[in-house]
Design a protein. Structure first.
Length: 365
């Protein structure tokens, strides 16, 4: 089981401190690198009043320049908003700059207010997405190729430079609703299981994905995202982190424009007030928290219940807190006492599910 973290790239409620937000994200990535964690990830949104990161690959390049061995990636990048050849080129450059450390996790996005200014019809997002994934994979693995689809068409293209990782940098699929899980399985990509839902919902999501993958002759690979925090004392987790995760769940619930994710847990959409998301209510079947031993036990329990997963990605810091100093302490504790208990001692080169821990030698998976 590999261990990564999400980096905070928001400045609520009204932005205005983007330089500080990016500096803190890079500082957290450097701390995770030094602590021996396996990967760090950034998200993407557009036209948000809180300066939500709109250019994830730009920040990935900045992080790659400041780190040495940790994998750097998007989780997720809204692929339908881009021409896939541009993504393939930028990704190949970052993979070279980093010595073979890029992970590209892509999703649909599907927020109409983010699509419209780019003059992209959200109704065409799925076809742009599926064609985009194929184009990126082929651009990274074929010396020259042509493509003729519903949304993209070109002749005799060669993307240079070639990525360092062979056969290509990891491509993951962001999932939530049933169609996205089935799509990830059908296309044969690792599926990222989102952090919002409880254990029972996650089990149904993983089962749907695995069934689709095996039905199409693919080996399923699960990436589990969770909200989590680690501290020396359990009470510190509840006191320092608890109020922020309660706010995070309530704001997510009240601000979400589309409820397509909620068929897994209708109770999330129906939660009447903020008290529905207290730390004590969220902890038992939704959060990875407590002391290092507690967090390891949470991860191992979910690993058993889900029938295994390849990579755990923790969101430590919510958009509203805790502060940077507390986050850096949590990262250091993750690296010192949690990661060694979760990761295999000797990842095997060539295993798409293995991410080298110490030291990174380049060359990819």
């Amino acid at each position: 089981m590999q261990l990564g973290i999400m980096l905070k790239v928001q400045d609520p409620p009204a932005g205005g401190h983007f330089q500080r937000v990016c500096a803190e994200a890079i500082e957290a990535a450097v701390a995770a690198d030094r602590a021996g964690l396996d990967a760090c990830f950034v998200q993407e949104h557009h036209f948000s009043p809180d300066d939500y990161l709109p250019a994830p690959l730009v920040l990935c390049a900045a992080i790659a320049a400041r780190t040495e061995r940790i994998r750097v990636g998007t989780l997720i990048m809204q692929l339908p908003l881009y021409h896939p050849l541009r993504v393939a080129e930028d990704g190949a450059v970052i993979d070279n700059l980093s010595g073979g450390r890029l992970i590209l996790a892509c999703g649909l996005g599907l927020v109409p207010r983010e699509f419209a200014p780019f003059e992209i019809d959200v109704k065409r997002a799925v076809s742009r997405y599926e064609e985009g994934l194929e184009i990126i994979r082929r651009a990274w693995t074929e010396e020259r190729f042509s493509f003729a689809g519903k949304r993209f068409a070109f002749e005799d293209v060669s993307v240079r430079p070639r990525p360092v990782q062979q056969p290509h940098p990891p491509l993951w699929i962001g999932t939530s609703a049933p169609p996205s899980l089935e799509r990830a399985g059908r296309l044969g990509y690792p599926a990222v299981i989102p952090a919002m839902f409880n254990l029972e919902a996650a089990k149904r999501q993983v089962a749907l994905y695995r069934g689709a993958a095996r039905a199409h002759g693919h080996e399923p690979r699960v990436i589990l995202q969770r909200n989590g925090w680690v501290a020396r004392r359990r009470e510190d987790t509840a006191e320092v982190w608890g109020p922020f995760i309660q706010d995070h769940y309530w704001r997510y619930r009240t601000q979400l424009q589309r409820l397509s994710e909620y068929p897994w847990e209708p109770a999330l959409a129906e939660a009447p007030d903020r008290d529905a998301f207290t730390y004590e209510r969220l902890k038992p079947d939704r959060l990875f928290t407590g002391t290092p031993d507690d967090l390891v036990a949470d991860a191992q329990r979910w690993h058993r219940e889900l029938g295994g997963f390849d990579h755990l990605v923790l969101r430590l810091r919510t958009p509203y807190g805790p502060d940077q100093a507390a986050t850096l302490e949590a990262i250091e504790l993750l690296g010192r006492e949690v990661a060694p208990a979760l990761s295999p001692p000797h990842p095997q080169p060539g295993d798409a599910r293995s991410i080298p821990r110490r030291p990174h030698q380049g060359g990819g998976e």
